[in-house]
Design a protein around this ligand. Structure first.
Ligand SMILES: [Zn+2]
Length: 176
């Protein structure tokens, strides 16, 4: 039975060594998962994947960007947010039978016969993790009183973002 092509998939069968960039545009409904469907994710979702292939591994850095329609936790006013999420996974070639570790964090074993990497689940999780824990609007003082925590979180996001960019630059740098 022929497997249907995955939503976010990288062909690795004839991939040269070095860094490759892929971009995907998708919709929340493409993931067929109620957790990331409406109303929050109702716009286009931009996914960028940088993959670095070496003799021993393929490192993939995923970035997701989407405009989300959220609502204030306190007054329920609509809040528009640009969300971005990052996730890096190390796919290590090998078949040492350590499948037990396959879901351990960000290291996974890739069978030498693999022709593609399906990142759909990882992108889905990256999207979910990019959702802010707390959402407050800027319209009312009552809501603003809670903004301090949120600002801290935004700073964290920015740090994460620049970390991702830095690691992407690093990936590229190593090959020049
Ligand atoms: Zn509010």
């Amino acid at each position: 039975m022929r497997k249907e092509k995955s939503l976010i998939e990288i062909r690795i069968a004839e991939l040269n060594q070095g860094v490759h960039e892929y971009t995907f545009t998708c919709k929340a409904s493409d993931f067929k998962n109620p957790e990331i469907e409406e109303p929050a994710f109702n716009g286009d979702i931009q996914v960028t994947v940088a993959a670095k292939k070496t003799d021993t591994e393929i490192v993939t850095a995923i970035e997701t960007v989407t405009d989300a329609e959220l609502s204030c936790d306190i007054c329920l006013a609509p809040v528009h947010r640009r969300l971005s999420g990052q996730f890096t996974i190390f796919f290590v070639f090998g078949n040492q039978g350590n499948e037990a570790h396959e879901t351990d964090g960000e290291y996974r074993t890739l069978p030498p016969s693999a022709t593609a990497i399906d990142l759909t689940e990882d992108v889905r999780e990256t999207l979910l993790l990019s959702l802010p824990v707390k959402v407050v609007c800027e319209a009312y003082p009552e809501c603003n009183a809670l903004r301090t925590d949120e600002e801290t979180q935004t700073e964290d996001d920015q740090t994460q973002n620049s970390n991702w960019k830095a690691s992407l630059q690093e990936l590229k740098h190593k090959f020049h």
